[in-house]
Design a protein around this ligand. Structure first.
Ligand code: F0G
Length: 407
């Protein structure tokens, strides 16, 4: 049986993977799942991966072991990688792709993590799961726990999450608490509830979630036939970009790809502790007290995964920058109107970020670039309606139509 442990990202102490732990009991830093890759036969892996459809579980040999017969799954992953020639030409990127992870079952990348995290929860025989969320995590956890028959509690910042996401958590039957505070306050309460009430936490501090999310990096390598030169990705709580880095690194270490990309983490200007730390060349973040941005999914002032994220971005030789809301909205419109893809504002931060990175000369226009579109636009219809032209009212007659078309 292959060795599988949890390892502290700071002091490297290891713990068995069937202990319920989110941080190192010795030094308090986060944990990651460590698989022993040294015994794996790359050619054999390539063969078995190719025999299965593109999906999270296509890569099951590189995922934590799940004891139950089949995982709690809704066919997550296998999302399209769009070649974006029209947008690429406009912004000056010759080989631009968008990985549309909003095409997952509940409309965001969170499903990749939840299929693994919720399967692990069932393995661990927990009965109740909990998360704090800016929306997508709660939608995904609510759906996967209903499939698994687990009780689900979600804590959202009151009045601050997009309607589509809230409706998902509600219809899947989660108990929804609207916390009078921001996401950071809700996550604090979740961590306390796990210690005092024994609820199993499925935020990105859960090391098994990250394992599912890393499969997006595997898919990109398989879809492109190689790793991209640069990956541009929105950053909120900081879990996803670290998961991508783990995925790209594992594929490279196994010889399944020749290189790994530089990772560029994009934050919204009003919620950018990580981008600020990079700008100051600091080793630590300074939390932002009252984060604010139209991209509510990444409205986070004190990202729990800040150290994982900074390590990942630095190791990849990338950086983190912030973009203003106006540029996020204009990127969202460009993607919708030039490529036909409807992505939510947080997801559009990656394209807004790329435009800046090209201007700054950080990314070269000849590079193979992948922007990650983390969530579907239908999640946040209000945001789209606010910034679009209103429907034009007409009478049901050709006269009225002709008159309206002339204006
Ligand atoms: N994009 C979308 C659409 C998101 O929902 C999130 C995070 C991110 C990007 C950032 O990912 O936190 O791993 O850096 N949403 C979380 C939630 C916080 O609760 O749904 P991250």
């Amino acid at each position: 049986m292959q060795k599988e442990n949890l390892r502290c990202i700071a002091c490297n102490r290891e713990y068995p993977s069937d202990e319920i732990l989110y941080s190192c009991p010795k030094c308090g830093n986060l944990l990651e799942v460590i698989l022993d890759l040294s015994q794996m036969d790359t050619k054999q892996l390539r063969k078995v991966f190719d025999s299965r459809p593109l999906s999270v579980w296509r890569y099951r040999e590189l995922l934590p072991k799940i004891r139950m017969k089949s995982p709690i799954s809704m066919n997550e992953g296998g999302t399209p990688l769009h070649r974006c020639s029209r947008l690429g030409e406009k912004i000056g990127a010759k080989r631009l792709y968008i990985k549309f992870d909003g095409m997952n079952p509940t409309g965001s990348f969170k499903d990749r993590g939840m299929t693994v995290g919720v399967s692990k929860a069932v393995d661990l025989k927990v009965k109740s799961v909990v998360c704090a969320s800016t929306g997508n995590t709660s939608a995904s956890l609510a759906a996967y726990s209903s499939l698994a028959g687990l009780k689900c509690i979600v804590m959202i910042p009151s009045g601050m999450i997009a309607l589509g996401k809230l409706s998902q958590a509600m219809i899947h039957g989660a108990t929804v608490f609207a916390v009078k505070g921001n996401f950071d306050d809700a996550l604090d309460l979740v961590m306390k509830s796990s210690r005092e009430l024994g609820l199993y936490v499925l935020n990105s501090v859960n090391p098994f979630r990250s394992e599912g999310q890393k499969t997006a990096a595997f898919e990109i390598c398989d879809q492109l036939g190689c790793a991209p030169d640069s990956l541009v990705i929105p950053v909120g709580n900081g879990g996803n970009n670290a998961a991508y880095w783990k995925g790209f690194s594992e594929f490279k270490d196994l010889g399944l790809s020749k290189s790994s990309p530089r990772i560029f983490g994009i934050q919204a200007e009003g919620a950018a502790p990580i981008a600020r730390a990079f700008a100051k060349k600091a080793n630590k973040i300074e939390p932002v007290k009252n984060p604010s941005t139209v991209a509510t999914a990444i409205k986070i002032g004190n990202p729990a995964n800040w150290l994982k994220t900074m390590n990942a971005i630095r190791s990849s030789k990338g950086t983190s920058i912030a973009v203003p809301d106006g540029e996020i909205i204009s990127a969202q419109k460009m993607v919708a109107q030039m490529e036909g893809l409807f992505i939510e504002p947080a997801a559009a931060a990656s394209i807004a970020g790329l435009i800046r990175l090209l201007d700054m000369g950080e990314v070269d226009k000849r590079e193979k670039i992948v922007c990650v579109a983390t969530g579907h636009g239908l999640k946040d219809p209000d945001a789209a309606i606010r910034v679009s032209e209103k429907p034009i009212e007409i009478e049901p007659s050709m006269k009225s139509l002709r008159a309206a078309l002339r204006n």
